[in-house]
Write a protein that binds this ligand. Sequence first.
Ligand code: NAD
Length: 388
Amino acid sequence: MSRAARLDFCWSSKTDVPDARSQPRHFPRFNDCQHNMQITEIPMKGYERVAKAHDPETGLRAIVAIHDRTLGPALGGMRMWNYSTDDEALTDVLRLARGMTYKSAVARTGLGGGKSVVIGDARSQKSPALFHAMGNFIDSFQGAYITAEDVGTSVADLKLVRESTKWVTGLSRDDGGSGNPSPYTALGCFVGLRAVLERVFGNASPAGRTIAIQGVGAVGSSFAEMLVKAGANVIVGDLYQERAESLARKIGARVSSMNRILFEDCDVLSPCALGGIMNDSTIPQLRCRAVAGCANNQLLEPVHGDLLHSKGILYAPDYVINAGGIINVGCELLKGGYDEASALKRIDSIYDAMKQVFHISETEKIPTYKAADLLAEKILKNGTASKH
Ligand code: NAD
């Protein structure tokens, strides 16, 4: 099937995401849309489209990666990070976009997977012009990619992006959106953690359990607060020590250091910062029974999922347990618009998704990360089949 024909059938597919049907049948030629911005295609096997933008006027350097739209338009957050090279940014966005395809499949959002990264320091390089330019870049995808918040970007940044494109979710309620997805991601992680605790300790309650959280930004802080309220002993650590200390004071948690947090003696280690932290050097030093957190791409390589499995540490596949945010923003696109009660009900289903993954892992005798991939690939395959 030709590429154009394949896209055609993607967009005419049955889905409960109404805007999917108003997407373009062909990607626009970017230079027709953007006069000053240099947009370079990056052909990438296994991805529908990857493109890099450079706007000399605003200093924007960004990449959008669309991994797969079998199930619907590609929705995924916009990360702003001070990558040391463009290659590092590309590797990150590719991994994140693929993760979104799998995440949305298992969470049954009716969406595909994509992601964007803005290369720059989120603390010092933000400007309205930068986000307007990013909006123009996203707009040129005409709905094939829809954005939201991620590490380094806020509701206020997304509001600026929205001035250049309508393909934005996660705006504030006042602006017609579902709000920042982070508390919903944290909530989903809390729900998923209950399945983890039940599996490991035979009791789903976090009360009395010790949970070490690496990274207390938007999701980690919210997650920590929920856990303390549920009676857990929470230990927090962050790159910015003062952030960890101020949260610990506010909610009643213990502070660890950025270097020690991963290796604290705990029931569950909860990575809520950046990816790749389950690796050859960290895994041998872990002192936990399970790893369950909000961060994306926690395993540096798949083999690290095997390593955790062989050490008897239960790993909650990141894209299954951290789907609360995508479920919430995805509800903005449903017919009838966003409804919090129905979003919360959908987020609750993360518990069942986790149990399903554990069941597959047990019956197939495979590590949980492979079980989650099997589940996602089955859903994607069914999605493809239903279109024929
Ligand atoms: P954030 O930028 O608000 O918070 C990240 C925190 O991690 C910051 O406080 C940062 O200082 C800290 N950090 C970074 N490197 C660290 C290190 N080496 N050790 C300790 N702390 C470190 O980002 P966020 O929105 O909270 O997202 C956190 C993670 O969750 C990311 O991996 C993100 O992709 C993932 N995630 C977020 C959402 C969401 O709704 N925000 C949804 C799904 C997944």
